[in-house]
Design a protein around this ligand. Structure first.
Ligand SMILES: *Cc1c(COP(=O)(O)O)cnc(C)c1O
Length: 435
């Protein structure tokens, strides 16, 4: 390894296993030593604009002093304590605030330590709900093509069977139902027939409302979401909304389902998962929130009807303090207005990418900008090209996309969209042999 690497990397890299990574062929990761605002500082002195907000999470920018302060105070008082048999103020205040903030009667908050675990908990809630209603055959789920719901084995079974890591695990996964998101009246009829046909073994339908994230960055309409929800209601199947990526302002409203709720309360899910930006990207935390009806199925004199789950670091007090501070910032700063401005700027500035070779689609929703290409190759070289332009961007699937921190300024966002245009234009001329 070259000698200008920091020694912690040249020595430690021999012992680290990186995510989603063929360690033999992957280039060295960026050596990041600090992060502030929208910028990552590299060990060699360069700085990069983070166009991804660290996987959607850093909504208020890095090192926000208000959130740091809240964590710091909590750290000094009580950094962690088990949640089994114990309550603490940061968790109960947060639960109450979330219940107020979330639509409908999503009133019962179960804390988890990662999004995938929150999805596992949602699956267990749904299966337990039907078992406690005497319908123990209802253990399967329906999820959509291009879906991504996490990397643990249960969550993985919900992901798109073709476009995810499904294939590598095959028979090791739970068997679920998968279908296209119904986008036309005919497709909606087919979807309804599918639900009706499998109703007796279906516990619930999992959906990422309006925006599918890591499974393909696909968007669907409010009407599609409403039709799916109506179908779940009609056939009495639980609707489970995975807002891990879309929650906390990303799509232009605090939660994506809010955009489909006007005159359509049926879209309020029975169970909802949130995470990622929940702690402003400061600490790992997620939550599964149940409706009054779902909770009621477990609420009984019989201990055997309880929900059996409890992560060690559940409701970590520092994470709760960060989440409470983040909610304060959503109340005191014009975050949703900023998302609206980002959406307008992305729409204007990415439009020109539509005419580039190999570009299949350009789309924007809230603070999400996507260039979809015919087939993504030269991924490592693409990342390098972005780095040379001062932008941290990691193309994925068939998309070159940005999900910037919601506080990004106009000039920094222009740097990102200029780089997306120029790099995609260059990339289309690279031929495969130059790999
Ligand atoms: C990130 C994500 C998950 C998994 O969350 P982790 O915290 O990475 O386990 C699940 N569903 C969606 C929609 C996500 O974006």
């Amino acid at each position: 390894m070259s000698s200008d690497l920091p020694d912690w990397q040249s020595i430690g890299y021999e012992h680290i296993w990186m995510p989603y990574c063929q360690m033999k062929t992957a280039p060295l990761p960026a050596a990041v030593v600090a992060a502030e605002g929208v910028r990552l500082e590299l060990a060699d002195g360069r700085s990069l604009i983070d166009s991804l907000a660290s996987w959607w999470s850093v909504c208020h920018g890095y090192s926000h002093p208000y959130v740091i302060d809240a964590i710091d105070q909590q750290l000094r008082r009580m950094s962690h304590v088990m949640f089994g048999g114990i309550n603490h103020e940061p968790a109960l205040r947060l639960a109450e605030r979330l219940a107020k903030l979330l639509p409908g009667d999503l009133n019962r908050v179960f804390f988890a330590d990662s999004g995938s675990v929150a999805v596992e908990v949602a699956m267990k809630m749904a299966i337990g709900y039907w078992r406690n209603h005497g319908q123990s055959s209802r253990t399967q789920f329906l999820a959509f093509h291009n879906a991504y719901h996490g990397d643990t084995t249960g969550a993985m079974s919900l992901c798109d069977p073709k476009r995810s890591m499904h294939a590598s695990f095959g028979d090791g996964l739970l068997q679920q139902l998968h279908c296209d998101l119904p986008g036309t009246p005919t497709a909606i009829e087919q979807f309804e027939r599918l639900i009706a046909q499998h109703r007796d073994r279906l516990a619930g339908v999992f959906i990422e409302p309006l925006v599918q994230g890591a499974g393909g960055m696909r968007f669907h309409s409010v009407e599609t979401l409403q039709a799916i929800a109506a179908c779940c209601r009609k056939h009495d199947v639980l609707l489970i909304s995975d807002e891990l990526a879309t929650g906390f302002g990303r799509t232009g409203s605090m939660f994506a389902i809010e955009q489909a709720m006007v005159d359509h309360l049926e879209v309020v899910p029975d169970i909802m998962c949130i995470g990622k930006a929940m702690t402003a990207g400061m600490l790992p935390m997620a939550a599964t929130i149940a409706s009054d009806d779902v909770f009621a199925a477990f609420y009984d004199d019989d201990a055997g009807r309880a929900l059996m789950h409890g992560p060690t670091f559940m409701a970590n007090p520092m994470a709760c303090a960060a989440a409470n501070a983040s909610l304060d910032l959503f109340e005191t700063e014009p975050r949703l207005q900023q998302v609206h401005e980002i959406e307008q700027q992305l729409t204007e500035q990415l439009e020109r990418c539509r005419s580039l070779d190999r570009v299949v689609d350009v789309r924007v929703k809230g603070a999400i900008g996507v260039i979809q290409v015919d087939r993504l190759d030269h991924v490592d070289r693409l990342r390098d090209a972005f780095t040379q332009r001062g932008v941290w961007l990691r193309p994925f699937g068939d998309c070159i996309y940005t999900t910037p921190p919601l506080v990004i300024g106009q000039d920094d966002l222009t740097t990102i969209t200029d780089a997306m245009f120029a790099v995609t234009q260059d990339w289309a001329t690279w031929n495969d042999a130059n790999g």
